[in-house]
Write a new protein. Structure first.
Length: 113
């Protein structure tokens, strides 16, 4: 089992940057994989980026703008988001997989002028 706590969301203007953090309650090196998902109002939750070991994958719409990374010493996963667009507005959720999926409560990201 693992608890996940996200932080770092907020209001930012188009073109701006944010860095999301997800702190896990156990060593993240013991997790099968981790990822960031998002859910906009009226839409389904979608995968933004995932990391398994040293392998990463991204949704096409964020490639070149977002970077997922981990710090094993801090049991923390990050999502660096640059060149933000209004369509990036959503609640962002941290996900971890062991034998089951575990989720954080989410952090709101709003991109608006």
């Amino acid at each position: 089992q693992v608890q996940l706590v996200e932080s770092g969301g907020g209001l930012v203007q188009p073109g701006g940057s944010l860095r999301l953090s997800c702190v896990a309650s156990r060593s993240i090196s013991s997790l099968r994989s981790m990822g960031w998902y998002r859910q906009a109002p009226g839409k389904q939750r979608e995968l933004v980026a995932a990391i398994t070991g040293s392998n990463t994958n991204y949704q096409d719409s964020v490639k070149g703008r977002f970077t997922i990374s981990t710090d094993n010493a801090k049991n923390t996963m990050y999502l660096q988001m640059n060149s933000l667009k209004p369509e990036d507005t959503a609640v962002y959720y941290c996900n971890a997989q062991i034998f089951l999926d575990y989720w954080g409560r989410g952090t709101q990201v709003t991109v608006s002028s």
